[in-house]
Design a protein around this ligand. Structure first.
Ligand code: PLP
Length: 295
C-alpha cells in the first residue's frame, strides 16, 4: 500500500496566543484515502502476525459505522486475506461503511447487542480455528507496537503535551512508548464513564512507565459514544471554515473541542506546546444527514 507522508501543522486559532500556548495537529487523516488515521498503525503488526501464523482469514468486531471495520476490510483485501466482520446490531441496515466493507470482500455477520458481549462464544461459532482474530478496535500489545510508530512523523522534543482521542486506549499506550517522563500524554475519552480505561491502558504499558505520564479526561463525551449534539456539529463546522481542518464527530471533533476548552480554562501553563493527533475517522461522518457538516 502507498501512504502519504504527513506532518504536524500549526493551528492558528485566536484562543491560543491569549494563553501563550501553541498547538500543532499531526494530520494522520491525510495518510491514505481509505485507511486513514490511527487504524493502519494499529493493524500493521496484526497482519504480519497473521501471515506468520499461516492464516488466510482475518476476523474482527465492530459497529455499523466502525472505522476499524472499514480499515480491516480494506487492509485485508490489499494484503491478500479473506475477512470476516462480526457486526453489532441485529437489524442489518447497511451503512455506507458496511457497504464498502462488503465491496472489499468482507463477509458480515450481524449479532444482537447481547450476543456481541460474549466475544469468546462468537469466536467459537464463527470459524475460531481458521481465522486470525483481531480484538475490537485492535486492542492489544500488537496494536500498541504499531501505534507507537505514529510519533515517528514528528520531532517529539518540540512538545510538552501530546493529546489524542481515546476509544480502547491502544493508540494512547503506543504514544506513551515514545514519550519521555517530562511529557504528558492526555487522552480524551469518547465513551461516557468508561473508568476502566486507565487500567486497560496500564495493562498495555511497561511497568517502569511513570504513573503521572498520562491522564484520561472523561468530560468531553457529549452524551456518549457516537452522540453528536448541535454544539459539537457547530464547533466542527466552525473549525473547518476558519482553518480548513476536517474533524470527525466520534473522536477528533470532541478532542479539539476539549483542547480549546482546557486552554481557555488555563489547564495548560503558558509556553506549553501541544501536539494533537488527528487520528482520522472521517468516513464515519457519512452517518449524518447530508448538509449537517459544511464539508
Ligand atoms: C479508532 C479511533 C480512535 C480510538 O483509538 P483507540 O486506540 O481505540 O483508543 C481514535 N480516533 C479515531 C478517529 C479512531 O478511528
Amino acid at each position: 500500500m502507498n501512504f502519504n507522508t504527513v506532518k504536524a501543522e500549526a493551528l492558528h486559532a485566536a484562543w491560543l496566543p491569549d494563553k501563550e500556548v501553541t498547538l500543532n495537529i499531526l494530520r494522520l487523516d491525510k495518510i491514505h484515502a481509505v485507511i486513514s488515521g490511527n487504524k493502519w498503525f494499529k493493524l500493521k503488526y496484526y497482519l504480519r502476525d497473521a501471515i506468520a501464523a499461516n492464516k488466510t482469514t482475518i476476523a474482527t468486531f465492530g459497529g455499523a459505522w466502525s472505522n476499524h471495520i472499514a480499515a480491516v476490510a480494506f487492509a485485508a483485501k490489499e494484503a491478500g486475506f479473506q475477512s470476516v466482520g462480526i457486526i453489532r446490531g441485529e437489524q442489518p441496515v447497511l451503512s455506507d461503511t458496511l457497504t464498502n466493507a462488503m465491496e472489499w470482500g468482507m463477509k458480515l455477520h450481524f449479532v444482537s447487542r447481547q450476543e456481541y458481549r460474549d466475544k469468546s462464544l462468537i469466536k467459537q461459532k464463527f470459524a475460531q480455528n481458521v481465522a486470525y482474530w483481531i480484538d475490537e478496535g485492535g486492542y492489544g500489545p500488537i496494536g500498541v507496537k504499531g501505534a507507537s510508530e505514529i510519533l515517528d512523523f514528528v520531532d517529539l522534543s518540540d512538545y510538552t503535551h501530546i493529546i489524542a482521542s481515546v476509544g480502547t486506549g491502544t493508540m494512547l499506550a503506543g504514544l506513551l512508548l515514545k514519550t519521555n517522563d517530562r511529557q504528558k500524554v492526555i487522552g480524551i475519552s469518547s465513551l461516557k464513564g468508561n473508568y476502566s480505561l486507565e487500567n486497560q491502558i496500564r495493562a498495555l504499558l511497561p511497568q517502569q512507565k511513570a504513573e503521572a505520564s498520562f491522564q484520561i479526561i472523561h468530560d468531553y463525551h457529549f452524551g456518549g459514544f457516537g452522540k453528536h449534539p448541535p454544539r459539537l456539529i457547530d464547533f466542527i463546522n466552525e473549525i473547518h471554515s476558519f482553518h480548513q481542518v476536517p474533524l470527525d464527530i466520534v473522536y477528533t471533533g470532541k478532542t479539539l473541542f476539549a483542547i480549546k476548552d482546557l486552554v481557555q480554562k488555563n489547564f495548560f501553563k503558558p509556553q506549553s506546546c501541544l501536539l494533537m493527533i488527528h487520528s482520522g475517522g472521517l468516513q464515519g461522518n457519512r452517518s449524518l444527514p447530508p448538509g449537517t457538516l459544511l464539508f
